[in-house]
Design a binder for this molecule. Structure first.
Ligand SMILES: NC(=O)c1ccc[n+]([C@@H]2O[C@H](COP(=O)([O-])OP(=O)(O)OC[C@H]3O[C@@H](n4cnc5c(N)ncnc54)[C@H](O)[C@@H]3O)[C@@H](O)[C@H]2O)c1
Length: 427
C-alpha cells in the first residue's frame, strides 16, 4: 500500500469481521475510503445490507448512506480481500472451554486471506491476542501465499480500543497504537490510521503493541478485583466502601477510581487477561499471580452478591428459599444491549440454587434465558418491584434513573452504591 499523497486514489480497505470492532472501523473509514466488510455470518451480512445495524454504537441511520453510495459494501465472500490495499482482521478472540485462548477465528481469517493476498497489501491484526500472535500465527499462514512478509506484503498489529456505550470516545478520537513487522510496515500502518484518527502512537515493535492492549485490560481487571475485595473486607469491618472510594478519589494524582460491582462481564475485560496469563504459563516457568488472584475474586463476586442478598432478605425476615427476587439490568454494563459474560448469569444460577424465584427486567433485552436458572420477564417494572421480596440493581441503566427504586421496591440490594434509604442494602 502506498501512503496517501494528494491526488492519489484512496486505499481500498477490507475489514474481516463486522462485529463491535470491525463495523465501527468500517463505518469510520467509509467516510473517506472505499471499504468492503466481510463477515462469515450470512445473517449479519443480510441485516447489514438492509442497513439494519446489529451494533448499538453504529446506528442504522449511519450505515444507510454509506451503503447507498457504496462507500461501504458488505459481503460474506472472502474473495473480496483480493486486490485490497489494506486488510484489517477484526475477528473474535474468546476463551475455549478450558479458559485458554481460542485463536481459531484468527487462523481461519488468515487462511481465507492467504490465497487472495496481493503484493503490496498491508495486513493489520486488530483482534486482541497474546504477544506473538501476529508474527507466529498470522505471518506463517499468510506466507503460504508464496509472498514474503515485510517485503512482498506488509504486516502490522493495532489493537482496537472501543468502549461500547461510550458517548465521548470512539475509533475516531481514541489514539491508535501501531506496531509493524518492519519500519516500512509501521510507516504504512501509521499513514493508514491517520486517515481515521488524528493520534497514532508508534510502538517499537509488534509484540509491544500486542502486549500494550493486554496491559490496558489487565490493569482494569486487577483494579476491579482490588475494589471488589475491598468491598468484601469493608463489609466485614463495618466500613462504608463507597465512602472510602469517594474520599480516595479526591486525590488529584496517583489514584484512579474503580468501583466494585457484581462481577466483570463483556468479552474483553474477563477474557483478555487470560491471554496474558496463558502465555506466561506457556512461555515462562511462572504464573501471572495478579491475574490468577483477580480471576478468583472477580469470578467469586456473583456468589458473594447472592450471599449478601440472602443475608439482606434474612434481615427482613424472608428466607431466600422461596423468595421472589427481581434482577434489574442483566447486561454486562450500563446502557449496552450486550449480555455476553454478564455476571447476571452466575448470580441467577447462585440464587436459583438457593431456591429463589427469579424475575428480571432489562430495557435493552427482549429476552434473557440463563441455561441453569428459570427467570421470568417482568413486564411492568413498578408492579414487579412492589411484589418482589428484594430488587437487586445490577446495571444502573439510565432508564432506571426516573424510577424511585427505594420507594417503588420493598427491599433493594444496590451493587453500584448509588442508592440510599432505610430499605437499601449496598454492596
Ligand atoms: N467489543 C469490544 O468492546 C472490543 C474492544 C476492543 C477490542 N476488542 C477485540 O476485537 C476483536 C473483535 O471483537 P468484537 O467485539 O468485534 O467481536 P464480535 O463477536 O462482535 O464480532 C466478530 C465478527 O467476526 C465475524 N467473524 C468470525 N470469524 C470470521 C472470519 N474468519 N472472517 C470474517 N468474519 C469473521 C463474526 O461472525 C462476528 O460478526 C476481539 O479480539 C476483541 O477482543 C473488542
Amino acid at each position: 500500500m502506498s501512503a496517501a499523497t494528494p491526488g492519489e486514489r484512496a486505499p481500498r480497505l477490507v475489514v474481516l469481521g463486522l462485529g463491535y470492532v470491525g463495523l465501527q472501523l468500517a463505518a469510520a473509514a467509509a467516510a473517506s475510503l472505499t471499504v468492503t466488510g466481510v463477515d462469515i455470518d450470512a445473517g449479519i451480512v443480510a441485516r447489514l445490507r438492509r442497513a439494519d445495524s446489529h451494533i448499538d454504537d453504529i446506528p442504522s441511520e449511519t450505515l444507510a448512506p454509506l451503503l447507498a453510495d457504496r462507500s461501504l459494501v458488505v459481503t460474506d465472500d472472502p474473495s473480496a480481500a483480493a486486490h485490497a490495499d489494506v486488510v484489517a482482521i477484526c475477528v473474535p478472540t474468546p476463551l475455549d472451554g478450558r479458559g485458554d485462548p481460542d485463536t481459531g477465528s484468527i487462523t481461519r481469517a488468515a487462511h481465507d486471506l492467504a490465497p487472495r493476498l496481493s503484493p503490496g497489501t498491508l495486513v493489520i491484526l486488530e483482534s486482541t491476542s497474546y504477544p506473538g500472535t501476529t508474527e507466529d500465527l498470522v505471518l506463517p499462514i499468510l506466507e503460504t501465499s508464496g509472498l514474503r512478509a515485510g517485503t512482498d506484503f506488509h504486516l502490522a498489529f493495532s489493537s482496537e480500543r472501543i468502549d461500547p456505550g461510550n458517548r465521548r470516545f470512539d475509533v475516531r478520537n481514541t489514539p491508535k497504537v501501531v506496531g509493524g513487522l518492519t519500519e516500512r510496515c509501521a510507516d504504512l500502518a501509521v499513514a493508514f490510521y491517520r486517515r481515521i484518527t488524528p493520534e497514532v502512537v508508534r510502538a517499537s515493535g509488534i509484540r509491544e503493541a500486542e502486549m500494550s492492549k493486554l496491559l490496558e485490560n489487565t490493569y482494569r481487571y486487577v483494579n476491579v478485583a482490588l475494589v471488589n475485595e475491598l468491598a468484601q473486607v469493608c463489609e466485614r469491618l463495618s466500613v462504608d466502601v463507597w465512602e472510602v472510594i469517594r474520599c480516595a478519589g479526591t486525590k488529584p494524582f496517583g489514584f484512579q477510581t474503580f468501583t466494585p460491582g457484581p462481577g466483570v462481564g463483556g468479552h474483553c475485560i474477563p477474557v483478555d487477561p487470560h491471554y496474558l496469563g496463558w502465555l506466561t504459563r506457556q512461555a515462562t516457568d511462572r504464573d501471572f499471580h495478579m491475574i490468577t488472584a483477580a480471576r478468583q475474586i472477580n469470578d467469586g463476586m456473583p456468589a458473594y452478591v447472592a450471599d449478601r442478598v440472602a443475608t439482606a432478605l434474612a434481615g427482613a425476615g424472608v428466607d431466600v428459599d422461596g423468595a421472589r427476587v427481581l434482577l434489574l439490568g442483566v447486561t454486562y454494563k450500563p446502557d449496552v444491549a450486550d449480555d455476553r459474560e454478564s455476571p447476571a448469569y452466575a448470580l441467577a444460577s447462585a440464587l436459583t440454587r438457593r431456591g429463589a424465584h427469579l424475575y428480571y427486567h432489562d430495557p435493552y433485552l427482549t429476552s434473557w434465558a440463563p441455561a441453569d436458572a428459570t427467570v421470568h420477564r417482568a413486564e411492568n417494572l413498578e408492579e414487579e418491584a412492589a411484589k418482589a421480596d428484594i430488587t437487586v440493581l445490577l446495571q444502573p441503566h439510565t432508564a432506571y434513573e426516573s424510577l424511585a427504586l427505594p420507594t417503588a421496591a420493598r427491599l433493594v440490594f444496590d451493587t453500584h452504591g448509588a442508592l440510599t434509604g432505610a430499605n437499601v442494602v449496598r454492596l
